[in-house]
Design a protein around this ligand. Sequence first.
Ligand SMILES: *[C@@H]1O[C@H](CO)[C@@H](O)[C@H](O)[C@H]1NC(C)=O
Ligand SMILES: *[C@@H]1O[C@H](CO)[C@@H](O)[C@H](O)[C@H]1NC(C)=O
Ligand SMILES: *[C@@H]1O[C@H](CO)[C@@H](O)[C@H](O)[C@H]1NC(C)=O
Ligand SMILES: *[C@@H]1O[C@H](CO)[C@@H](O)[C@H](O)[C@H]1NC(C)=O
Ligand SMILES: *[C@@H]1O[C@H](CO)[C@@H](O)[C@H](O)[C@H]1NC(C)=O
Ligand SMILES: *[C@@H]1O[C@H](CO)[C@@H](O)[C@H](O)[C@H]1NC(C)=O
Ligand SMILES: *[C@@H]1O[C@H](CO)[C@@H](O)[C@H](O)[C@H]1NC(C)=O
Length: 843
Amino acid sequence: MGNSIWICRICILWVFCVPYIVLASFTPQDCFFIDCGGSKVMKLGDGRVFKPDSGNSNVGLSPDSHAVISDPQVAISDDLFLYSSARVFRAKSTYTISTNQIGRHWLRLYFYPFENPYYDVKSAVFSVVANGITLMYRFSFSNSSKIAPVLKEYVVDLSGTSSKRLSLTLSPFNGSIAFINGIEVVSLPNKQFPSSAMPVPSGPEVEIPPHVAFETAYRVNMGGPLLTPKNDSLWRTWEPDKPYLVNTASARNVSGNPRLIKYPDGVSIEIAPNWVYCTAQEMADANVSDQTFNISWEFAVEHGFTYLIRMHFCDFVSRTLNTLVFNVYINRKSAIDSFDPSSKTMELSAAYFIDFVANLSKGSNRILVQVGPPTLRNFPSNAILNGLEIMKMSNPSGSLDGNFPADFIVSKRPSKKNWVVLAISSASAGFAILVLISVAFFLYLRRICLKKPKDQCSSWLPVPTHVGNSDSKVSIGSSTSTAYSLGLNRILAFSEICKATKNFDESLVLGVGGFGKVYRGVLENETLVAVKRGNPRSRQGFTEFRTEIEMLSKLRHRHLVSLIGYCEELNERILVYEYMAGGPLRKHLYGSNLQPLTWKQRLEICIGAAKGLHYLHTGAAESIIHRDVKTTNILLDENLTAKVADFGLSKLGPTLDQTHVSTAVKGSFGYLDPEYYRRQQLTEKSDVYSFGVVLMEVLCARPAINPALPREQVNIAEWAMNWQKKGKLEKIIDPHLIGSINLKSLRKFGETAEKCLAEYGTERPTMGDVLWNLEYALQLQEACIQTVSAENSANYIPEIPEWLPQTEPGSNGDVGGAHAMSDREFDVASSGVFSQLMDPKGR
Ligand SMILES: *[C@@H]1O[C@H](CO)[C@@H](O)[C@H](O)[C@H]1NC(C)=O
Ligand SMILES: *[C@@H]1O[C@H](CO)[C@@H](O)[C@H](O)[C@H]1NC(C)=O
Ligand SMILES: *[C@@H]1O[C@H](CO)[C@@H](O)[C@H](O)[C@H]1NC(C)=O
Ligand SMILES: *[C@@H]1O[C@H](CO)[C@@H](O)[C@H](O)[C@H]1NC(C)=O
Ligand SMILES: *[C@@H]1O[C@H](CO)[C@@H](O)[C@H](O)[C@H]1NC(C)=O
Ligand SMILES: *[C@@H]1O[C@H](CO)[C@@H](O)[C@H](O)[C@H]1NC(C)=O
Ligand SMILES: *[C@@H]1O[C@H](CO)[C@@H](O)[C@H](O)[C@H]1NC(C)=O
């Protein structure tokens, strides 16, 4: 209800949107200007009309959001009026803006922590997510020495799952608040950003997929004045280049007549206004004959990200064509050799731009852009640059700030509401009736089943759609009967399962996962089993259910959890597995009071799991990729033998003529292969990566992701790799291992994990290699145990690590024998911080 009011408001806003620049060939379909917490409509000189986000009744906003207005005494100029009001949030909240178009949009966010008597907005710490992209992570003004307004500009793509809708979520960190002063959403022309660009240093063109988001790092007008949104049809700001010039004496500003700037095909005023093209920096004293220097600009950026660098050129300084030739360098590497802008445009005073992507490797946090004369000196020495844009590109985790995927901040649990919407929109009249009847029928039957005393449960008779019977009867049905005849999986009757689990007695629940609850049960023949019951009301998980049956029907291995049978009656989807008394590996590592595992036990468990995965990858006729390798999916039996479980997400691997499987990203955060995330191409090496995370978890006894820790420690893959690269992995190992772990064995293990965690799949070992290396690590440990009585214990690690991994006493919600956490659950779901981040209300 409230939602529609909000959407309406946005529509009204849109009607008021008047493109200001008459010259502009492009009229944005979407332009929303929102004054958060404001109270009146504000029309700016540049044509933008800001509207209040209006009272608390706005939906998409949490009910406890508060508008805050600055003290009127605070003199804020007309242009900065946006900064005089804000909306403050105590809990995670979302602005939802329905747009007219899909595709890329500018998203500008305004922040200014003005003094006010109600909230300490200056010390607010919060994260911001837009359509699955992390824009800001734990942002705060509290560390800045000078408080100034902050305008953040992003480009986000609205295609994909949430088309025509921008969801902007602000999430306060750990009891803090979040606030925002203004939001701007403007659609972009189609061709504004390239789908590929040349890398520097040069190589094959790098693809820029549409889902990549950008953040404007710098937008500079070389040799010209500050250009405000007034001078730009897309309301961008271009700053002068003086602050970035490395040597101001090397450059001289030149300007031409803005009216004479020509826009050839492929370049429009939306790429950059003529005010950018009509000014430039050229080499100072350009007509002195012997000039050999570069003009250099230097920009501070964040390492670890890839940047899109767009250079704007317009040769209005030459008298004739082909007389201005120069070299362009990025980070001291050649970007363009002997570049002649006029040869590209075939005329003078014509706009031209070119894009590059540059990788900021670890440790480097500057981008150096240089233009200078070529070494071949048949031309007068000169070089120009008119404009420069540096855009940060979202990384494989879908983040523009650190390595924190949006899932980490905004949980994406399927909510009931989604289900209802889905049901309504997909139900045609007849289908709807059918669904209603069968739901009613099902509920009726279920009631009978649940109400009757347990010994009568089996008296419940098969219903018409019943496809299988108890083991004494032959089943009907195509695929299921094949499975039966192969002797692999039994089809179990619902009644039988009711009996085995005492009508799904809550006291037998072993765990709860995305698929549903897992119960302990005893079959008639006294076999202990784990019964995984899909949530009967949702069709979600149906594919997973089928996948798992199909996969497990083909597979039998000592290190894979066996499927004993399944039941598919009406809406019930139940899988019955062998019972794994030891429960998930994670429980033995941290978060419970179980006896800590010895190093040898840990190695044997890793070896077992590696064998299971190796078999998946190579053993069956077709290679199988597990896709969700993690410590909760490695189960232990009563003898601590490891078995790999949960094939709900598994996929058949690439066939011989393919090198990868293309697929939407699924899996668990913290274990996801960055390459898979980036390119959505699945190979066996994605499992190898996840297994590398498991290895580190086994060694350090801490969750893959622990948001309660300082930022650099949150992600185990990053944190442990840092120590491994320094050769000091022992500093962060599980304290229980100190004194008993052999250093050589640890080194071997660390190296193996490091290789598994390599950035690119091709650099990672196969599961077979991993297995071999782990067995070697075990031998090293055993050899040492045999000789230890003779030698002294010099081979052991005697000292206590400086940093002791934190265990999570609270995170043992997933006790149980099987498949407790089969969805993309977070590793520290029950830590205090986390319950804060995850809105229990969902969306
Ligand atoms: C502020 O700075 C301190 C020390 O430099 C750092 O520990 C803290 O995380 C910073 N806070 C934020 C919100 O960035
Ligand atoms: C261009 O250079 C002149 C002289 O050096 C200086 O006065 C002027 O401010 C410069 N213009 C810009 C836009 O930097
Ligand atoms: C901005 O544009 C207006 C006209 O649209 C022009 O008069 C003004 O000089 C421009 N400002 C700059 C800095 O170019
Ligand atoms: C560069 O050449 C112009 C004419 O072409 C001349 O006016 C100017 O003085 C020269 N500059 C220098 C530094 O020689
Ligand atoms: C310009 O910079 C590049 C890269 O930093 C360097 O290789 C080249 O020698 C420089 N050119 C001159 C003339 O100094
Ligand atoms: C980024 O760096 C990696 C290695 O550090 C390299 O393999 C990759 O090709 C680079 N990408 C670009 C766009 O330069
Ligand atoms: C969260 O806040 C509480 C109290 O405000 C504090 O004790 C705790 O250390 C904070 N946790 C983190 C991870 O900052």
